[in-house]
Design a protein around this ligand. Sequence first.
Ligand code: SF4
Length: 202
Amino acid sequence: MKVLLHMCCGPCSCYPVKQLRAEGHELSGYFFNPNIHPYKEFKRRFDTAIEFAEKVDLPIQIDRNYQLRDFLWRALSAEKREETLTEKPRCRMCYAWRLHQTAVYAKENGFDAFTSTLFVSPYQLHDVMKDVAEKISRAENIPFLYEDFRLGWNEGVEICENLNLYRQPYCGCIFSEEERYSNRWKKEHKKKMKKLREELQG
Ligand code: SF4
């Protein structure tokens, strides 16, 4: 299948690209991440995505449009509107924006399906992303290729180290940059990772 792979960054692309190619898919990368701030970090991430793509011979399309104000407006509106309805409303919005843009691009450019490297990360709200992607797939009438790439997270980290790629210390938005210094967040995160490891090991 001709698959458009949304790339959140270079490191998270390592395992999904290897896995999808092993399954025989023809891949193109698509970098659309208006969530990443500040600009220097945004640029560093798309430079790393390009570096990765060159190293593994992957065609790639980069959206270099830096959308700080639009992202903040959407994130704060989502938090205000849905704070009692969903977990981390800004993340749901952030997934939806990026995956919707990917689905539209895939449809307009003759791809058979779309997916995202976000599905490799144990740090993301995996089930929320899956739900969002499936809804977008139905609305835009283009298949979403789902795989739980988290099973290859450790392998991806190893590939990334071998390729000597820059690994970022926070998810992307300014809020996640704040969270990386929060002890409460670190504690919650440690608990979550322990639970996830147990689940993945069956
Ligand atoms: S924490 Fe990550 S997924 Fe959530 S809004 Fe920020 S950049 Fe997006």
